[in-house]
Design a protein around this ligand. Sequence first.
Ligand code: SF4
Length: 219
Amino acid sequence: MTKTNIPEKGAIIQRDMETFSILPHIPGGFAEPALLRKIADVAEKYGAKYVKLTGAQRIAIMGVREEDLDNIWAEFTDRSKAIGLTIRSIQMCPGTRSCKRGKQDSPGLGFALDSEFYGKPAPSKFKMGISGCPNCCSDSWLKDLGFIGTDSGFRAVVGGKGGSTPKTARELVDGLSEDQAIALARKVIGFYRENAQGAERLGSTIERVGFETFTKAIL
Ligand code: SF4
């Protein structure tokens, strides 16, 4: 039988159509040394082909066997998974925690969003990027929902994406506190869940219903 992704096990079929990659949850790519050691130990123990840093600030354990998936996940304390039609890993930069250019605490907002939304269902993949300043090191303009730190708070941008038909996000509002940004994320994701047709990305939903209609519903 042909093997495919196994979303409930967070397992992505590899090019050999035989082995899988899995992605332990590493919020924003901020990993404790113990987690890095655990990933290395698991990769070695289960004969992974290699580990790979991903664009979404995760570390993929590549090329493991289907029969080992349950045991591999059991090695981790945090077994949250986010592949397929879900709210994906949230990209975050260090912001005011360590970057001299930071205007806002991007990890603070990012961790709060991660704990509420990571791995939750969505009509299609849903990506967020939180940048501590307009330099936008977390690619916020290319995310379904991005936040960018400014002097007055967080600026929210919506409807961006990368991929084969990239789209730049549009600015929705500026000057949000962290709590206001979280409340806005709830509304945007709620709107998307209610209004998406099929597996369209948020930017397509906004284009179809109209930016004004979307804005009125959210703000
Ligand atoms: S986006 Fe700004 S705050 Fe974040 S890492 Fe880049 S320069 Fe620093």
